[in-house]
Design a binder for this molecule. Structure first.
Ligand code: ATP
Ligand code: MG
Length: 356
């Protein structure tokens, strides 16, 4: 666990609140010399009611992970448990029963072009054997939830990308799932439409109580919607935790790259070198989740050690429920005082790196 100022310590997860649990999961594609290990020894708990994000670069194994959770792909070793049931040993009817409780949305929407919006959303209901009247009621309810009641008789090609994804979400909700898997569900959308779709996913989570797993390669998506995040790199989970902790103090190198690309308030290597060339002082980068505590540590440091500071880089980033600051400070004063100030910031658990 990483520490940032003002952080609340979360209870360790236990199996009781885990809706999905992966234990030592590995997935190898191919045989013999042509083997490719897509996932290695993945342990994850996805808690009931949360929005859990999985972030990683292309080829990291994100889609494979999703396909293992909904039983479309089988593990090479390890177990996947959904709501207490080990699905790795299931097939046929019991597996289909579990899969009905898992909804899925896709990057390319995967709508049927020959069917209207109504026809697409009604499809799973039709398969489940609902009468035409029941289908109509349920589809009307779903389309009004996603704000597309007036498009019921339109065909997919007549819709914008954002509207298509809303239809995808309505279709995924039709069978009243407990879990929604969203694989790059906003990657084909522009930033504004992305925000709308993410807001809709939040309503799905908050109003319908559905647990959501969001797969993405964008930290901005994680930042705006997720409670917790796992960082996947070459098939391994390199970091997992609350979004504020991961963004506040990323540990793994991959995570640091994702965070730097998103949270514009953190200087990248080039910018840091520039700052070092400009400032003769000791530079420290500090993650702040509690501005008042940060202020009091700094003012005490200045008062007790005669150290002056200047903010040379930084800003505030909004998360789902809170905000997170990162400030790079130039510390100026007697050497011993600067050291003591860095120690005081360190003791508060908020220093990320000290660069002289
Ligand atoms: N059916 C398959 N057969 C062989 N190799 C596969 C198969 N599916 C995935 N892989 C390989 O496993 C690795 C992980 O693929 P995966 O699709 O899970 O990555 P991803 O993180 O979803 O990437 P992207 O961001 O590009 O969607 C890749 O190297 C991929 O080539
Ligand atoms: Mg993928």
């Amino acid at each position: 666990m990483t520490a940032t100022l003002g952080q609340t310590v979360e209870p360790e997860s236990n199996s009781a609140d885990a809706l999905v649990r992966l234990d030592a999961v590995s997935k190898v594609f191919g045989k013999g010399d042509d083997q490719h290990r897509a996932l290695s020894d993945v342990d994850l708990d996805i808690r009931r009611g949360e929005i859990f994000a999985v972030i990683g670069y292309s080829g990291a194994g994100k889609s494979t992970l999703v396909r293992l959770i909904n039983g479309l792909e089988r593990v090479s070793s390890g177990t996947v448990t959904v709501d207490g049931v080990d699905i790795t040993s299931l097939s046929g009817k019991p597996l289909r029963a579990i899969r009905r409780r898992i909804g899925m949305i896709f990057q390319q929407f995967n709508l049927m072009r020959s069917r209207t919006v109504f026809g697409n959303v009604a499809y799973p209901l039709q398969l489940a054997g609902l009468s035409r009247a029941e289908q109509e009621d349920r589809v009307a309810e779903l389309l009004s939830f996603v704000g597309l009641l007036d498009k019921a008789w339109a065909y997919p090609e007549e819709l914008s990308g954002g509207q298509k994804q809303r239809v995808g979400i309505a279709r995924a909700l039709a069978s009243e799932p407990d879990l929604l898997l969203a694989d790059e569900s906003t990657s084909a959308l522009d930033p504004e439409t992305t925000r709308d779709v993410l807001a809709l996913l939040r309503r799905v989570n908050e109003e319908l109580g559905i647990t959501i797993v969001v797969i993405t390669h964008e930290m901005d998506v994680v930042r705006t919607i997720a409670d917790r995040v796992a960082v996947l790199d070459a098939g391994r989970v390199v970091e997992v935790g609350a979004v504020r902790d991961i963004l506040g103090a990323p540990q793994a190198e991959t995570t640091q790259r994702f965070v730097a690309a998103t949270v514009g308030n953190r200087p990248d290597a080039g910018r840091l070198q520039q700052l070092r060339d400009t400032y003769d002082d000791t530079l420290v980068t500090v993650a702040v989740s509690d501005e008042r505590a940060f202020g009091s540590v700094l003012s005490a440091a200045a008062r007790d050690h005669g150290v002056d500071f200047e903010i040379v880089y930084g800003g505030i980033t909004d998360l789902k429920h809170e905000s997170l600051g990162s400030f790079t400070l130039a510390l100026r004063g007697p050497d011993a005082g600067v050291r003591a100030t860095v120690e005081a910031l360190n003791a508060a658990g908020i220093v990320e790196g000290t660069k002289r």
